[in-house]
Design a protein around this ligand. Structure first.
Ligand SMILES: O=C(O)CCC(=O)C(=O)O
Length: 273
């Protein structure tokens, strides 16, 4: 009798990190891991993510030439897990959450939010930036799992990282824009920060810290670059007093019941590992 393999099994199986991988992540602020997921996962869960991204696409019908740099870069739809139970199963993967926990060297992780980032054919570059400038978090323990739902060669706009940039306080106040692209690029040259950009194989997933500089090139293929992301924070992460309009907006969107100084334990922030 053959045994049935459920498509969700892989999402809950352990992916074993080596000590070298954890050391590399601590040094570089990012890591790309091969064979984290597989084709069957993408066929089932990827389809559900795509359905939600298309159903909630606010850029529908707006021509590329009429958009600003940010909205040329991708269609962005957040908290997909609240909209669809299949996506919830994907976002709540213990396999991914365990990797995030071990890379951040913390005891547990909570969900900050998930989002689809779909770069359309002829979609523009994603400017250099750091994510954590938007988030009112006390410590640097936040990490994004960037999960391409197809192999992503250079022409499709994979992520590019500034290795070790999480330790350097560069342009942390700059929102994602043409200005951040130019200013950060110059600073990276000045401080000799290595820029690392490689395509992603099918099943490869990267993890980057909230303070790691990153960007992506444009999509010059005729296929959409489909990416799901899951953003984790330390299970003990606390909220600081919002300092910017982005802090305020993100606190309201992703952790509405958390008060200043409290652990961010809203019902939107379940412990995932
Ligand atoms: O997908 C992209 O082009 C950019 C993604 C990004 O900046 C992120 O996930 O932090």
């Amino acid at each position: 009798m053959g045994s049935t393999v459920n498509v969700s099994d892989l999402l809950n199986q352990s992916y074993d990190l080596t000590d070298e991988m954890i050391t590399q992540f601590r040094r570089d602020g990012f890591i790309k891991l091969k064979n984290v997921l597989d084709e069957a996962t993408f066929a089932y869960y990827g389809e559900a993510v795509t359905r939600q991204v298309l159903a909630n696409n606010k850029l529908e019908g707006i021509a590329m030439e009429d958009r600003d740099t940010y909205s040329k870069a991708f269609i962005q739809v957040g908290n997909l897990w609240e909209k669809c139970d299949v996506v919830k199963e994907f976002t709540f993967s213990k396999r991914l959450a365990k990797i995030a926990t071990e890379l951040m060297e913390v005891e547990s992780v909570r969900l900050w939010h998930d989002q689809g980032l779909y770069k359309e054919p002829s979609g523009g570059f994603t400017p250099w930036h750091v994510d954590q400038q938007y988030w009112p978090m006390l410590t640097d323990r936040s990490v994004t799992a960037w999960i391409p739902l197809q192999a992503t060669p250079l022409e499709m706009g994979p992520l590019e990282f500034g290795a070790g940039s999480q330790r350097m306080n560069i342009a942390r106040e700059l929102e994602i824009s043409d200005t951040s692209e130019g200013v950060i690029d110059k600073a990276m040259e000045r401080y000799h920060i290595p820029k690392i950009m490689e395509g992603y194989e099918l099943g490869e997933v990267s993890f980057h810290l909230g303070w790691t500089l990153h960007r992506a090139g444009g999509n010059v293929t005729n296929k959409v670059r489909q990416v799901h992301t899951v953003i984790y924070m330390d299970g003990e992460q606390r909220m600081i007093e919002p300092r910017t309009k982005y802090h305020q907006a993100d606190a309201a969107a992703w952790t509405p019941s958390t008060g200043i100084g409290e652990v961010m334990a809203d019902e939107k922030n379940p412990v995932l590992y």
